[in-house]
Design a protein around this ligand. Structure first.
Ligand code: ATP
Length: 217
């Protein structure tokens, strides 16, 4: 089994690029075109694919449709992924409204919040009391959660989620969370990303010839 996060990230990027090629009317693709679209070398593409037993034809390349199907299968996207969320504030609500998740087979099925003013079980994505999270996750066998609560509440929320059976978390709280190895945490720290961007924009303005590496891992 492949446990390298960067490799799996590249698979998602290949898959997205393949959809774009398909929408342009292509049926087949060579690894160097795909490599170019994603910003890696063609050797990297072939190496990543061979890890999953995907092989192309030297003359004809890869068939786009079957490649997309294989990648979706590897990425667990051939079935709808149900996701719960803790924190239905501004960010949480924006994520609920974000349409592209459903296109990608991901559905936020319920949100949980401590603020009673936000509770509404009749919404398409119901906002429920935090106390209901454990039972909901157990009944619905949900495995993935999103944390969009303030940083001070995030560790507690993570502990509640793990106790309920969640084993993968996308954490938007700007804090390093602790969990056992049975739970995978992916952090999205928007402040940190913007801070990083600001640094490089300033650096570029100070010395326009400076080279900033933007290689995709
Ligand atoms: P709002 O404007 O609705 O307060 P916000 O995104 O600015 O949104 P935050 O303070 O970041 O507010 O909180 C995000 C959400 O997390 C809010 O809906 C808040 O009620 C909720 N929240 C805070 N603490 C917890 C907690 N311990 N458990 C669950 N939800 C929480």
């Amino acid at each position: 089994m492949v446990t390298n996060k960067n490799c799996i990230l590249r698979l998602s990027r290949y898959k997205n690029a393949l959809y774009r090629f398909k929408s342009l009317g292509f049926f087949k693709i060579f690894s160097d075109y795909l490599a170019d679209a994603v910003g890696v070398t063609s050797a990297q593409v072939r190496k990543d694919f061979s890890l999953f037993g995907i092989s192309g034809n030297k003359r004809g390349g890869y068939k786009i449709d079957s490649l997309i199907e294989k990648l979706n299968d590897i990425l667990g996207k051939n079935e709808l992924q149900k996701v719960i969320m803790a924190g239905a504030g501004n960010l949480g609500s924006a994520l609920i409204k974000y349409k592209n998740f459903e296109k990608e087979g991901i559905k936020i099925v319920a949100a949980f919040d401590i603020d009673p003013a936000k509770h509404n079980s009749r919404l398409p994505v119901p906002v429920l009391p935090l106390e209901d999270l454990e039972q909901y996750v157990m009944i619905n066998k949900t495995k993935i959660g999103i944390i969009s609560v303030p940083d001070i509440a995030a560790q507690h929320i993570l502990d509640v989620m793990i106790k309920a059976g969640i084993c993968g978390v996308l954490n938007f709280a700007p804090i390093q969370l602790k969990a056992s190895e049975s739970c995978i945490i992916n952090n999205v720290n928007l402040e940190l990303e913007l801070e990083n961007l600001i640094y490089f924009v300033n650096a570029l303005q100070k010395s326009p010839n400076v080279r900033i590496s933007d290689k995709i891992p």
